[in-house]
Write a protein that binds this ligand. Structure first.
Ligand code: OGA
Ligand code: NI
Length: 333
């Protein structure tokens, strides 16, 4: 039997290695699928958008966007391609599960890359790969339309992300185009598959974390599971048809010198439905210099950290088991 949750979830009760410590468990408390997570209509006027996106990014670090201009068929075809992908027989996916250090390659893993060493496993399987055209030759060949559909969606996701970053730059006073090149050079895709779980109160699809990137653009369907931490409480992100969820990454929080707030979020499971989500993570190039933008640093708002290379942060992030605050610690002033 292989390790992938999707291949055994139906046959077993929740194994002990999936049970989180009591303070991290979601418990039986129902988190309301809350209407308070901001929903921003991107067809609004620029002045309103700058204001609303800034407010949402400062208060929640996470918001949803509608009327964003990404064609609905690209979104639905993308979800459909990933449903088909995760339903493929194991032999079609086998070549993607081979461990490789090559950053250009596709990786299909269960839980995290650290499965063999981690104490608790996550209730998910995940496919990750870079979206850069140079990497397409390594993308899955099946289902048949994977490359065509995912390439179209990643182009749209990046455009949308850059548009939102421009609005944020205007909002906090960072110069136009700041994020356009190096800082968003690497778009990484993650497709999460959370199968139905025998006891969602004890485990998690992903525990509390910040995304270690600039901005994450997330596509989900009608199944809830994503929650955001707001003033010490977990709030469910209500699925809205044809919306994207946007969250401020930890690196954007650093560049904004804490003017914007990275979203701490987690994913809970459910006992009846498969849930699939697709995240597009806008990442800086590994050797790009990350520092609080000069234009947001003042005498009364001194820089919270020194400059560092993005890859130094990422190395710390993985050796600190995904704790972004600890990963930043060596660079703090
Ligand atoms: C992630 C993530 C949320 C979701 O992949 O980092 O937070 O809803 N995913 O799957
Ligand atoms: Ni995340």
């Amino acid at each position: 039997m292989d390790k992938f949750v999707s291949s055994w979830y139906n046959d077993q009760s929740l194994p002990e290695s999936y049970i989180f410590p009591p303070h991290e468990r979601p418990g039986k408390l129902l988190v309301p699928r809350c209407n308070t997570v901001p929903v921003i209509d991107l067809s609004d006027t620029r002045t309103n958008l700058v204001h609303q996106i800034l407010k949402a990014s400062q208060e929640f670090g996470l918001f949803q966007v509608v009327n964003h201009g990404v064609p609905a068929n690209i979104m639905s075809e993308t979800m459909s391609v990933f449903h088909k992908f995760f339903e493929l027989p194991a032999e079609d996916k086998a070549s993607l599960t081979v461990y490789t250090n090559d950053p250009k390659r596709c990786k299909l893993v269960t839980s995290t890359l650290d499965y063999d060493r981690e104490k608790i496993h996550l209730w998910r399987d995940v496919l990750r790969h870079p979206c850069h055209p140079d990497c397409i030759e390594f993308w899955p060949r099946k289902p048949l339309r994977y490359r065509e559909v995912v390439a179209a969606c990643s182009i749209e996701a990046k455009k949308l992300g850059l548009q939102i970053l421009e609005l944020l730059c205007e909002g906090i006073g960072i110069e136009h185009g700041y994020f356009e090149h190096e800082l968003t050079e690497d778009l990484l895709l993650g497709a999460n598959h959370y199968p139905p779980c025998p006891d969602p109160s004890l485990t998690l699809g992903i525990p509390k974390h910040f995304d270690p990137d600039i901005l994450t653009i997330l596509l989900q369907e009608h199944i809830s599971g994503l929650q955001v931490l707001k003033d010490g409480e977990w709030i469910g992100v209500r699925p809205i048809p044809n919306a994207f969820v946007v969250n401020i990454g930890y690196i954007l929080q650093v560049i904004s010198n804490n003017k914007l707030k990275g979203a701490e979020h987690r994913v809970v499971t459910n006992s009846s439905d498969h849930r699939i989500s697709v995240v597009f993570c806008m990442n800086p190039a590994g050797n790009s210099n990350i520092e609080p933008a000069k234009s947001v640093v003042t005498a009364t708002n001194p820089p919270l950290c020194r400059g560092f290379q993005f890859k130094e942060f990422v190395d710390n992030f993985y050796s600190m088991e995904g704790d972004a605050d600890l990963a930043l610690q060596p660079f703090k002033l």
